[in-house]
Design a protein around this ligand. Structure first.
Ligand code: TRP
Length: 361
């Protein structure tokens, strides 16, 4: 079977380096690999609205931020379809029909939704749209017959729920939908990059993110202020790697060739780690090295962003064209879904003929 990618992000803020190592970098590699027939990248504004009902302007403003982040990391509209979720009406229709295939208790068991409800203090006042967003996410994925969904670990329950909906649909109606596989980053440090304060998650509200669009001096300031090992007081003290953000970032970003360029006293990260744990290696030196490594990765991204920022109408045009193309694909799937569900009355000459016969005798 031909392989198709679909993935996306909620436009609630600029994208940060956690998004980058966790998914964006991989998407660009996949897009360029030639292994996929199609790559769909979606800005999930409708999903963002499910918990930002009071804040539509935030969602609206961040569409362009996310689009610029996409283009600047190297997602290429000539190879990938970049589109906006709310512009694809077919996704709502699919969601409505899939709702028949999912129970309330199954939704309540979704661990990601559970955690989000807690985080947002929703409790009894959960908007129905928020509660059911896993179903709408299943529509996002299946509308494009995606085989492959590159996402972060927190999205695993969504893909699992999608797979259940697909199996149910295909067994109740007929084999129309495709069961997707998740594609997680294979580097453990990339699965969930911590914030610069060492907290488990990088998040805008915690103010602990390094954004892809941060200027170089801002990135440096953030790296130099990173959480390390609170027990490593003197350079001579042995240091600890566990929970040491600087080393987690090095695990995510650095390659042997970076040592040749920026820190030739060491051959690779293992040697650097060994020196740190032995004692005698200061945090500042490691942070300076990390800064060089991260800057090298972010510099071309910032440059490309500057270029796209010069012509914002062209970026909206990319999204408009992408949305049109995406809509065609989704409409095709919806039409197959409706005929499998036997709600394609007007396309079904056989139905009309048989009914007519019944009455004409
Ligand atoms: N839930 C994803 C997020 O929070 C965004 C998203 C919406 C998505 N629909 C999707 C991701 C479909 C992958 C596939 O970032």
């Amino acid at each position: 079977m031909e392989k198709i990618i679909l993935t996306g992000d909620r436009p609630t803020g600029k994208l940060h380096v956690g998004h980058y190592v966790g998914s964006l970098k991989r998407r660009v590699e996949l897009q360029n690999s030639g292994d996929y027939k199609k790559t769909f990248i979606m800005i999930a504004d409708a999903q963002a609205l499910t918990d930002n009902i009071e804040n539509p302007e935030k969602v609206r403003q961040n569409i362009i931020e996310v689009a610029l982040d996409y283009l600047s990391v190297g997602l290429d509209p000539a190879k990938s379809t970049l589109f906006i979720q709310s512009q694809i009406a077919e996704l709502c229709e699919l969601t409505f029909y899939y709702m028949d295939l999912v129970t309330v208790s199954r939704l309540q068991r979704n661990p990601t939704v559970k955690a989000e409800i807690q985080m947002r203090n929703f409790e009894a006042s959960i908007p129905v749209g928020f509660f059911t967003y896993p179903i709408s996410q299943a529509a996002d994925i299946t509308a494009f017959k995606a085989t492959t969904v590159p996402v972060g670990e927190d999205q695993l329950p969504m893909i699992e729920q999608t797979r259940e909906i697909v199996r149910k649909f295909n067994s109740v109606y007929s084999e129309v939908l495709v069961e997707p596989d998740v594609l997680l980053p294979d580097n453990k440090a990339c699965l969930r990059l911590p914030g610069i304060d060492g907290k488990a998650k990088m998040s805008k509200s915690l103010g602990n993110c390094i954004y892809l669009s941060d200027p170089a001096d801002e990135v440096k300031k953030k790296i130099m202020s990173m959480y390390t090992d609170p027990l490593h007081l003197l350079v001579s003290d042995p240091g600890h790697l566990e929970g040491n953000t600087v080393f987690t970032y090095l695990d995510a970003f650095c390659r042997d060739e970076h040592f040749e360029r920026y820190l030739p006293d060491y051959a690779n990260l293992d040697e650097l780690k060994a020196h740190y744990t032995r004692g005698g290696l200061g945090d500042v030196k490691v942070k300076r090295f990390l800064n060089n490594v991260v800057q090298e990765e972010l510099e071309p991204i910032r440059k490309r962003r500057k270029e796209f920022e010069k012509d914002i109408p062209a970026v909206y045009e990319i999204l408009r064209k992408g949305s049109e193309a995406a809509r065609e694909t989704a409409a095709q799937t919806l039409s197959e879904v409706k005929s499998a569900m036997k709600i394609n009355y007007f396309d079904d000459a056989e139905l009309i003929r048989a009914q007519s016969e019944k009455y004409q005798g």
